[in-house]
Write a protein that binds this ligand. Structure first.
Ligand SMILES: [Zn+2]
Length: 164
């Protein structure tokens, strides 16, 4: 009898590992991160200031102060200034290999690292070109929302998963 109990406990242990590795809060419908659907720059190569440059996300023409929505559910992984042209940035981790990034946001973060957000929740606001300390809010020529999707830490075209 004791043998069966131990066997059962071992089975539960294996099952819990299986569940933990397959946990996912997302569904297949990734939504637009803003209600402003006009796009000023697509994913891919573009010419910026006369040079070829790879744009790793989509730019939505959204005015300063407009709401930024979580494209899908997940945990906030980053909510702070980020170097390399991003400026104020929010990153949401959706599962073990998918993340979404929203940048040039305002300084009044309404989410913090570790928060769980549901798809469609307001996570922040489009920020100004210049921050209160006078620095540029990343590589930006004016208020807009830059949105990237990372799959296994490499960007993919967000339109490959965004719900049309
Ligand atoms: Zn951009």
């Amino acid at each position: 009898m004791k043998k069966y109990i131990l066997f059962f406990i071992f089975y539960l242990f294996l099952f819990s590992i299986y569940i933990n590795n397959n946990i996912s809060y997302i569904d297949d419908n990734f939504i637009y991160p803003t209600t402003y659907t006009q796009i000023s720059s697509y994913y891919g190569n573009r010419i910026l200031y006369g040079n070829y440059n790879f744009h790793n996300g989509i730019d939505f023409l959204a005015p300063e102060g407009s709401e930024i929505l979580a494209t899908n559910s997940g945990y906030v992984e980053y909510a702070s200034f980020l170097e390399n042209g991003y400026g104020n940035t929010i990153i949401i981790s959706h599962n073990s290999n998918l993340k979404s990034l929203y940048c040039h946001t305002s300084e009044n973060y309404i989410v913090k690292v570790g928060d769980f957000v549901n798809k469609g929740d307001i996570i922040g606001f489009v920020g100004p070109k210049y921050l209160s300390n006078g620095n540029l809010n990343g590589n930006t020529t004016g208020p807009h929302l830059h949105f990237s999707i990372f799959k296994d830490n490499t960007t993919i075209d967000p339109f490959s998963i965004l719900k049309k």
